[in-house]
Design a protein around this ligand. Structure first.
Ligand code: GLN
Length: 539
């Protein structure tokens, strides 16, 4: 058990990014959070996204990758998944705010007349609302450090109100506030040189907007020379020891060690006027990385989904599989298989060499036939198979069509006219017209049957997992399924909704209506992923 050092005043650290997107700001924020946590501080990380959507729930995964779901039922940016996986502390709806939500709050107040006849403006009304939201978690007194990642790139028009809010907060919070800016230092092959100019420009833009960063993190492919760091410090008005580099490493989970080796945690503490005492305790983290490094054998998993060109669409699943494989001392050999390309003819060729198969979550008809073909093959060849959300629903449909002989069985999502609605819209979903935030979201209780794969994995009858769906297993068919070998082994005790199905007697064939992948962290991997990978390694 860690003993926590509490600090008198909450400290705020802001992480901004420059030059290009996709530098891994979320990973840097999570890694810094990890280091402070490893020193005994209570840390949370939040993300402010400058887009107008109220939340990413209505976004296509091609836009921003996976939509992560918090326990309290908010659809959020995938970076919150990194925060949870690194810190092993749950996030909440307060940890992800978008411009849409900020404006909605302000406009609602304007309609109520709260502004007493004043003109409502970006400064101060929008910026005040941003600042109020930044401080919400800090004001709970539950955290020593609030790390706030500002989405987007400095210089974007839509980031301006956030940067202005950070500028004001910096002034108000004094020593309790610190700004970390992440930039890119590219290697120009033709010149055989790394270039710091983009970083200089980015810091200049930030300075023009009133923020002098305290710490710079340089993203680079290869380690940079001291010269380069010296040059950046000189041009950017940053202490030389506060220029940190984040070079490419084989796993994102090594980034905390890269930052620790350069003393980033100590630099932060010193700059915030805090004593640097105690030791960085990364024992469990390092043990995990050791397992990862020394894994020799592999476990080969086929992930079947329709967004496979974009691995970020299944971020939490990828990470859950990796964590579980690592704990089983295996390298994860993950193959993304496009569900639209799987047919009864090619399925054996695509799947026969897999140790395990995971059928991914999703929405809509596209690619569904390929999922059925894959599941039929997996079931008939006794492959360890995991169906998550839509993947579980497909397991049910395939079983109905091919085992129960209900030829046209389907989900009413795919075929509203199906004679056998084995998956159907939940009652409370039937009259909804708004798409945003209206699914069954967040953590719900589930009671597991003792004699089941699921119970064996969790070693607990009562679990809670997160949801994101509108359709459900149709309980009218439950008896028929169970009589023919597909058991409903996890049930929501309050509503009777089916949460887990499995076929007993097979190696491992299980589907969850919930998303166990949202609840798997580096030091606390999800039991079902552990159990699935174990079965796959034995295969
Ligand atoms: N489309 C299905 C539903 O809404 C499954 C959703 C999912 O896989 N997250 O129920």
């Amino acid at each position: 058990m860690q003993t926590f050092t509490t600090v008198a005043e909450t400290k705020y650290i802001f992480v901004t990014g420059g030059v290009v997107s996709s530098l891994g700001k979320g990973i840097v924020a999570a890694s810094l959070g990890k280091l402070l946590q490893a020193r005994g501080f209570r840390v949370t990380i939040q993300k402010f996204d400058p887009y107008i959507n109220i939340d990413p729930g209505t976004l296509n995964p091609y836009e921003h990758g996976e939509c992560y779901v918090t326990i309290d039922g908010r659809e959020t940016d995938l970076d919150l998944g990194h925060y949870e996986r690194f810190l092993n502390v749950p996030t909440s709806m307060a940890n992800n705010i978008t411009t849409g939500r900020i404006y909605q709050n302000v406009i609602d107040r304007e309609r109520r007349g709260d502004f007493l006849g004043k003109t409502v403006q970006v400064v101060p009304h929008i910026t005040d609302e941003i600042k109020r939201n930044i401080m919400i978690l800090g004001n709970t007194g539950e955290y020593d450090f609030i790390i706030t990642e500002i989405g987007g790139t400095v210089g974007d028009i839509e980031s301006l109100p956030y940067i202005e809010s950070v500028r004001q907060l910096r002034w108000e919070l004094g020593k309790n506030c610190l700004c970390v800016h992440l930039t890119y230092v590219p290697f120009i092959a033709a010149a055989k040189e790394v270039k710091t100019k983009p970083t200089q420009h980015s810091v200049k833009t930030l300075q023009e907007q009133g923020i002098l960063p305290n710490i710079l993190v340089l993203r680079t492919e290869e380690k940079l020379s001291e010269n380069i760091c010296h040059k950046v410090a000189l041009f950017c008005n940053v202490d030389e020891n506060a220029v940190i580099q984040s070079y490419d490493v084989p796993s994102i989970y090594e980034v905390p060690l890269v930052l620790a080796e350069q003393g980033m945690d100590k630099i932060v503490l010193r700059k915030m006027g805090m004593p640097v005492k105690g030791k960085l305790d990364l024992t469990r983290w390092k043990a995990f990385l050791e397992n990862m490094k020394h894994a020799k054998k592999t476990v080969k998993i086929g992930l079947i989904g329709k967004y496979v060109e974009l691995p970020d669409a299944y971020k939490s699943i990828n990470e859950s599989l990796l964590q579980a494989a690592t704990y089983h001392r295996r390298k994860l050999d993950l193959h993304f298989i496009h569900s639209e390309k799987v047919t009864d003819e090619n399925v054996a060729e695509l799947l026969s060499s897999m140790d395990g198969i995971l059928v991914a979550p999703g929405f809509g008809q596209r690619g569904i036939e390929g999922k059925f073909a894959a599941l039929k093959y997996a079931r008939e060849h006794n492959k360890p198979t995991f169906g998550v959300c839509l993947g579980m629903q497909c397991m049910v449909i395939e079983f109905a069509q091919n085992v129960l002989g209900l030829k046209d069985a389907n989900s009413t999502e795919m075929d509203p006219e199906t004679p056998h609605k084995v998956i159907d819209l939940m009652e409370e979903q039937k009259n909804l017209t708004f798409m945003g935030g209206s699914m069954r979201l967040g953590a719900y209780d589930c009671k597991l049957e003792k004699d089941s794969i699921a119970y064996k994995a969790y070693q607990n009858e009562n679990i809670r997992e997160r949801h994101r769906h509108r359709y459900e297993f149709n309980n009218e068919y439950k008896k028929l399924f169970e009589a023919n070998g597909m058991k409903c082994t996890g049930i929501n005790p309050a509503t009777g909704l089916v949460e887990v199905v499995e076929i007993s007697g097979m190696k491992w064939y299980l589907g969850t209506q919930y998303h166990p992948e949202y609840n798997s962290t580096v030091v606390n991997p999800n039991p079902l992923f552990m159990s699935f990978i174990e079965a796959a390694t034995k295969n």
